[in-house]
Ligand binder design. Structure first.
Ligand code: SD4
Length: 314
């Protein structure tokens, strides 16, 4: 004991998630339990259309969820393209704890979940279905130009690059959460419904260990949000942790990972949002993103669930 617990998570909806994680951390609980409890909050939220229950479906109208979790010992579990289960993060944890595997996908992941007591549910809410039916009229899919974020858009008094989705709802936000507990151990969780109206079977970075999430208990932990294809390309979260190992601060490491993506193709990078978020072993936090608009929530004894704007490349 003796470390100062901290939990950070992506986007403004990370604050409610942090509160749940803090309930565990403040009692000296494990970071692993904290991050699972934390991300279950947006997974269950009917107003959040980008994570868990009520997520926007793929182009076939199917809600397919991606999630992963990783602890201080390098144990990890993941599910991809999982349907009908409201808490994919808990299925990912069960994969980690009850199987010799790391990742289960699609029908196999569902079969495993049902065999382990998870309830089959309809995750497509009437609201999300309505949005999908609207989308079907044009079936326009341009993920490249999507600037995901929750603080811009017509509803917030700015017209900065709004998505053309019904109801002006932004179509991709993931919750990534990393935490340090009182024992000085790190863990992380990441969960999403992925890009709205994606091809059926598309999997992003979020359930890929090293891309959407990485934890190394000697160094730090990192998570990512944004266009997953870009994050996978540079194995983003692993990269951030390795840069911290070399002495970079969390923010500098996140910035360098963003620059790595830019270097691959600057024109392509201009049209996408990516956000990295990290903490190190000392409990220092930092983030960096491609475009203005990414923010993250920090909860510790010092920082009362403050929302911080990530610095941005463009
Ligand atoms: C994905 N990275 O499926 C996720 C989406 C996301 O903020 O993060 N949105 O590519």
């Amino acid at each position: 004991k003796g470390a100062k617990p901290i939990v950070v998570s992506t986007w403004d909806f990370g604050r409610a998630a942090n509160e749940a994680a803090w309930e565990v951390l403040k009692k000296g609980g494990r970071a692993l339990d904290a991050v699972e409890a934390g991300v279950k909050v947006p997974e269950a939220d009917p107003n959040n259309h980008t994570v868990g229950y009520s997520g926007y479906p793929d182009r076939d109208g199917r809600v397919t969820l991606d999630a992963c979790i990783m602890d201080e010992l390098g144990n990890c579990g993941s599910v991809a393209s999982l349907e009908h289960i409201a808490h994919p993060i808990s299925v990912a944890r069960a994969v980690m704890e009850k199987t010799p595997h790391v990742m289960l996908v699609g029908d196999g992941a569902l079969q495993f979940a049902l065999a382990n007591g998870f309830k089959k549910e309809n995750l497509l809410t009437p609201e999300a279905e309505k949005a999908w039916r609207e989308w079907l009229k044009t079936s326009e899919y341009k993920p490249i130009m999507n600037i995901e974020n929750s603080s811009y858009g017509p509803d917030k008094g700015t017209t900065f690059n709004p998505l053309k989705l019904p109801g002006n709802v932004y179509n991709h936000d993931t919750i990534g959460m990393v935490a340090l507990d009182a024992d000085g151990n790190l863990s992380g969780a990441c969960t999403t419904s992925g890009m709205a109206y994606k091809l059926h079977g598309r999997v992003g970075d979020s359930p890929i260990i090293g891309a959407g999430l990485y934890v190394d208990n000697e160094v730090g932990a990192a998570t990512a949000t944004g266009v997953g294809e870009e994050v996978i390309r540079v194995v983003g979260s692993f990269l951030v942790v390795e840069l911290m190992r070399q002495g970079y601060s969390p923010e500098a490491a996140c910035k360098e990972a963003v620059i790595r993506i830019v270097k691959k193709n600057k024109e392509r990078a201009k049209g996408v949002q990516i956000g990295f978020l990290a903490i190190n072993k000392k409990g220092e936090h930092g983030a960096y993103c491609m475009q203005k608009g990414f923010n993250y929530a920090v909860l510790s004894q010092k920082e009362n669930n403050v929302l911080i704007d990530g610095k941005h490349y463009f």
